[in-house]
Write a protein that binds this ligand. Sequence first.
Ligand code: URA
Length: 208
Amino acid sequence: MPSPSREEGEKRGPSSPLPVPPGLPVAGDLHQQVASCTRCPLHEHRKQAVFGLIHPGSPWMFIGEGPGAEEDARGLPFVGPAGRLLDGMLSALGLERGPQVSIANVVKCRPPHNRTPSDHECTTCLPFLRQQITQVRPRILVLLGKVAARTLLDSPLPMARLRSTAHLFEDIPTIVTWHPAYLLRTPAEKAGAWADLCHARRLLNEST
Ligand code: URA
């Protein structure tokens, strides 16, 4: 079945599935699948699944770990303290949330007590993220933290090794950097994170 346009999504009646929120022009079907997913135990505790901000064609795509309390409550990615730091990182790059930037997480439902999602939860949710990346086709992927890096790169290597080089996910240039929540606890690493983001920007510019 073809994806409904955003307008079609907005016309649905009260007994129909959830409407597609702003910022999701063509991702309607996938959004419905994520919203009603019960593939892993994380769905039992969520207030709502957090689909992400998916902008097909955005050059940048940032991938985090999974929703926290504020994301679970509001249904949007990175809207808590880590999100405010992510917004600062975007701003330092001359970016802001919008058509240039897609933001998603490895798992779409909040792990109870903000625990790290298990490998099983990450791999169960991965098909959704793969489809999101396919919809966006970013020119650069930025993996925020160990969970995103290890899941997408299928690598057990430590962050120091993963950050030290550029990767390809499918054929998309990919950079690993620290998760903003880690940077809030460890501000001394912010300089390293900035170097990672500059590396990502160089790769993106080289790909034009
Ligand atoms: N941490 C994440 O990894 N993702 C969010 O959306 C919020 C905090």
